[in-house]
Design a binder for this molecule. Structure first.
Ligand code: LLP
Length: 413
């Protein structure tokens, strides 16, 4: 970590208290711009899957680079439109009829929503004449953990690709305009080859089935980022070239210039974010384990506990301290609340060698920009932390922390 960032994170902790989320704006903008530059195919629309991080300042930053949004709920749709999104793809799964119909209505009123149908039933639900997308579940899935693989026979998402003829039947019967097809194979993928394989599935569906109203082909999100220091980022240039070359050829063969759509969530934001916490208890045990207890837990960052994910940790206060093995433990009343995971093969809790951690040291947990705060809860009745945007050395409060009193008041009803 460079000195300027370290200083800024310490300043965030000292001025705002801990735990605190900090997002570096320049990283977000760079990721958005570099992805855009890598896709040389000119007719494209990039959407941000805002479930990854729906902080207002973060979403506005991304919208400012020309992205639209991929939204999964009525709340995300309403919030995204309020923030000025020019385009929203509503990718829903098992939502209530009330929610689905409410978004269809907003779509009619604003003209900004693409409704992505996740089942034959949802296509049947659409009012006659509606323009829509359909989500396809093909045989190629991928991702960093079983929980995040969204294509293949185990997946609850989309219309099985074998059922595409039924889609066409419904589209004709209900006079729908099928303007888009969509596929999202999973999350945390850094192999270009995997994306190529999945792309081929969707293109093969389109080669087999003539869709006269088709304008948009959405290859989903899923672009992974390195979490471990040993991991390499995706070859973005090769990724963009692969998509662009194949899509250009496909459009040429089809005799129609279609729009290429992508909807990354993790990629634009993951590496921008840090969760900064304070060490409060150092516990040496007779079982050759030292626990460094910190004042946050899986209520604020659930990825290590939920997926066994590795998150790099920096001791901001003592970067040159003697190297020692630690289990970095959270303050939640569950034994699974250990942040040092993913170091071994099994993704189980493990000790990690870190510069000596002393009581009062600030630790930064890296790659907390995606699915960090967004998946946080008030488990154990602890409020979510504040979120700050780091913009050219300045720390801006992007969302205030709730107080314990606020939480207690809400529970009182
Ligand atoms: N599109 C759809 C339809 C999705 O379901 C998702 C993520 C995305 C796009 C964005 O995927 P991304 O580019 O972020 O990989 N909580 C997990 C990740 C869950 C992803 C859910 N869907 C984690 O922390 O790894």
């Amino acid at each position: 970590m460079d000195a300027a960032l370290r200083t800024a994170l310490i300043r965030a902790a000292e001025t705002q208290g801990t735990p605190v989320y900090v997002y570096d704006k320049a990283t977000i903008v760079t990721r958005c711009e570099s992805l855009n530059a890598a896709i040389t195919y000119p007719k494209k629309k990039l959407l941000y899957a805002m479930k990854a991080n729906s902080n207002q300042a973060v979403v506005k930053t991304i919208l400012g680079t020309g992205f639209g949004l991929d939204c999964v709920s009525l709340g995300e749709v309403q919030f995204g439109l309020k923030l000025g999104a020019d385009r929203v793809l509503y990718t829903n799964n098992n939502v209530s009829d009330e929610e689905f119909n409410a978004v269809v209505k907003i779509g009619k009123e604003t003209g900004k929503i693409w409704i992505n149908c996740d089942s034959l039933q949802r296509l049947n639900d659409l009012p006659e004449g509606t323009a829509c997308f359909v989500r396809i579940n093909g045989p190629v899935g991928g991702g960093h953990h079983d929980h995040v693989i969204t294509c293949g026979p185990e997946s609850k998402f989309g219309v099985p690709w074998e059922h595409v003829p039924d889609v066409l039947k419904i589209v004709t019967e209900r006079k729908l305009k099928l303007i888009g097809v969509h596929q999202h194979i999973g999350s945390g993928i850094r192999e270009v080859e995997k994306f190529a394989e999945a792309m081929e599935v969707l293109l093969s569906v389109l080669r087999k089935n003539k869709l006269p109203d088709l304008e948009f082909v959405d290859f989903g999100g899923g672009i992974g980022v390195p979490y471990r220091p040993t991991e390499k980022p995706i070859d973005l240039k090769a990724f963009g070239a692969m998509l662009s070359t194949r899509f250009t050829q496909f459009c040429k063969d089809a005799g129609k210039e279609l729009t290429l759509v992508l909807e990354p969530g993790r990629f634009p934001v993951a590496e921008s974010g840090y969760l900064v916490a304070k060490a409060n208890t150092i516990k040496e045990t007779p079982y050759s384990k030292t626990f460094a207890g910190i004042n946050t837990g899986f209520n604020h960052l659930v990825r290590p506990t939920m997926y066994g994910s590795y998150h790099h940790i920096t001791n901001l206060s003592n970067p040159d301290g003697a190297q020692k093995p630690y289990y970095v433990a959270g303050n939640i009343c569950e034994s699974g609340d250990i942040f040092t995971r993913g170091d071994g093969d099994e993704n189980s809790a493990a000790s990690r060698t870190l510069p000596e951690i002393r009581r009062g040291d600030f630790l930064a947990i890296h790659n907390a920009g995606a699915y960090g705060y967004a998946m946080a809860s008030e488990y154990n009745m602890r409020p979510r932390p504040a979120e700050l945007l780091l913009d050219k050395g300045e720390l801006i409060v992007a969302r205030k922390a709730k107080s314990v009193e606020d939480v207690v008041r809400e529970f009182m009803g």
